[in-house]
Design a protein around this ligand. Sequence first.
Ligand code: SAH
Length: 399
Amino acid sequence: MPAQFAVTVTPGLSAPENPASTEQKAPGDMKQLIGLTTGELETMAAELGQPAYRGRQLASWLYRRGAETVEDMTDLPRGMRQRLANAYVVGLPAVAHKDVSQDETVKYLMRQCDGLTIESVYLPYPGRVSGCLSTQVGCPAGCTFCATAQGGLARNLSAGEIIGQFLRMQIESDRRISHVVYMGMGEPLWNYEAVVKSLRLLGDEVGLSMRNLTVSTVGVVPGIRALTKEDLPITLALSLHAPNDELRSTLIPTARKWKLEEILDACAEYARTTHRNLTYEYLLIGGINDAPELARELAARLKANHLPGNVNLIPFNYVETPQGFRSPTRESILRFRAELEKAGRVTTQRMTRGHTISAACGQLRRHAELEQGSLLPLRDKQTSQTLKLYGSSPGESGC
Ligand code: SAH
């Protein structure tokens, strides 16, 4: 659930609702500061008998100055800090595990306040740095090639938890993270409100250009239609992976619910209304969806639907699957790409970064659990076991 903010100083309220209370709360009852807007923090400052600018100072500490605890905010009056700390934590996730690749990609396993773990990736390029964020703990989509899908969904992340991943990676990095992709664990458009709030926080509070934010979806049509109306100049990426429903539904279970025609129609409306280009992600799996005729079919389909935008080819990063999926050969990638370009479609190929650290979606968590000997059987989606799969001990989280 998104972090809710409701501060009204009413006599008799318990500490989380009333920051003026002097009663110290148990760690599990604390609310998170990250996720609140400057306006909400100004209201909180007023409730504490402080001028509004104290709220703006708080926002600056949280979103731009890397505060990890309320105590770090040294220019706030001591009394205010004490009362805040009685009811609130900053709410940054802790780094539970970290793998650095030879190409300097860093894959993080981050532990949330309740002990559950998610993955985030730091991707440094020569001219810029990108952060890849998760939007859910696990994922309900069930894509057959994806390691995250094998554990099911534990819960949604709040807006604060989504941007907390960015803030933690920014604290760890000497370079400024300028771009963000929502391509980690989860389906962003199934956690719509928190995701939209987190995009606004990254733009308005952290100060990133909205044009540098990309949301990737498996094709949740109501979500695409809602996003069209938000007036957010972000980039939408559609995970296509196949040019027709027959093949697509063998890879993506939700393809049985939302047919390609409906998805592409929603995307075309998105492009027309927002004047933003889309990106199409195409995961290439050897012998499954990498034939040149499928590239021709894909180009024709996008053209017929009047869809602008680049196709991003992603070679399958090996994950053990019941179907025995394998990576595509170099030749098949080049052939597929050549067919798309012959048809006039600009095509990029995702650099396979972080190979040495299992940087495909959901792989780090699986590896960490394998090491600990706690990995559950594939496709076991019982809720209690799902929670176990994502870890449930609070450990040394930043809360
Ligand atoms: N649910 C959203 C976002 C999360 S998945 C979506 O489907 O778009 C983001 C991307 O991770 C997908 O486009 C998919 O191509 C990629 N991915 C998942 N498993 C992968 C694997 N084994 N190898 C390479 N990329 C993978």
